[in-house]
Design a protein around this ligand. Sequence first.
Ligand SMILES: Nc1ncnc2c1ncn2[C@@H]1O[C@H](COP(=O)(O)OP(=O)(O)OP(=O)(O)O)[C@@H](O)[C@H]1O
Ligand SMILES: [Mg+2]
Length: 441
Amino acid sequence: MVAEALLVTYFFMEAVNMEKNAESSLIVGNVVTGNDFFGREKDIEKFIGLLRNKSNILLLGQRRIGKSSLMLETANRLKDEFICLYTDIEHCDSPEDVIVKFGKTAQEHRSLIKTIKDGVLKMFGNIKDSIEEVSIDNVAGVKLREGANRNWMNMGEQLFEWLSKADKPIIIFFDELPIFINRIMRDDNKNITPERQKVVDVFLSWLRSSGIQYTDRIRIVVGGSIGIEPLLAQINLSSHMNTYTAFPLPPWDTATAMEFISDRADGNNILFEEGAKEYFLEKLGVAIPHFVQKFLQNICWDCLDRNSKNCAISDVERVYNDKLLAVQGSIELATYVERLERTLGSEKYNLAKELLSEAAITGKLTGKAAMIITGNYYSNQNEKADAIRFLLKTFEHDGYLHQSGPDYVFKNILLKNYWIKEFSFNFTPANQRVEFNGVSK
Ligand SMILES: Nc1ncnc2c1ncn2[C@@H]1O[C@H](COP(=O)(O)OP(=O)(O)OP(=O)(O)O)[C@@H](O)[C@H]1O
Ligand SMILES: [Mg+2]
């Protein structure tokens, strides 16, 4: 009896610990759902409201803000009401790839296995009788690829039609659509070509008309970590997204970020000294959940190394400089540079880097400074103005700069400090250039 009671107590304590671990865990990088998904109740409520209202959604938000997590958390919460199909298309190279990947997601969904498999096999002249039951899965997969390669649009239309007959309405999440679009609109030298532009046009038209055709049964959510609007504006295809309701996902507000820090600090036995939490958020500038998690994780490790529970303002400062901004610690920040390189041609990429350096180093990007810097890339006044307008839109959309009065400034202080560290070495601010007053300084 005693042993049994002890065993029960042990399992109870284990369960309590597991729960505590789940709640206090710091997750950096992977998508978060369930207990690990913090806050965002109002965002989820609005998002779900739109889906119930049969909207197709364009989920917007800067890097690492939690877009994928929001999609997957929503999918979890709605699983009794909708069939949710989440497909990350970041690595797809063509519309054919998207259809195959999406078809496989559908085929692997518990409640759709039969519909999709039967549909595919029927489409290929009911070969079901001639194959053994065990190999039907493989054959259906192969046929899906064969169908997409032969005519991806036809295969896609078939998939939508089968899905529209499922017993519950469907939500299709296409994550990283802009990265896919950016890939297919450029050739190997990263140049946009008319042929590739056409492929984008056909793909987005197809997606839009499929969304419209099955409004009652299927909702489409597209999201991604680069702005689709500036991307499509480059090839005059912005109108393809106008049937989607834009849903901007903001950073955590200060209250939520504070609550998260207190909650995880408690769970990990960390005591922030007076003012230290506020300083933590001040050093980030904006509470992007990923960087809040990462900063906190590094503070926990620092406490562990110091054999201390206490975290003072000076510790926050040290961890920020030595860990978050360290060369090895700033991979995510480096992707802010790499993303620009990937989505802008080389000329605009170099210009973008300079404009951002000006904003980081001098504290703001003024119109005059922007024109001077852009003068090294374009001589025509209209071209200069167009390039600046396009880049400012991209910067704003992707969380680099924000408008402040007539100027543009970094709100993301971590990114600003990273930029200064990376690019100040050989950068000359506009007001120190010959062109500033027409005289050399
Ligand atoms: N609601 C949340 N609660 C707790 N942590 C979160 C939340 N949302 C995001 N995070 C943190 O941010 C990280 C990135 O989340 P996620 O991958 O969902 O962002 P994303 O916007 O899709 O990123 P990317 O721009 O790279 O696609 C997670 O690993 C986690 O640390
Ligand atoms: Mg994501």
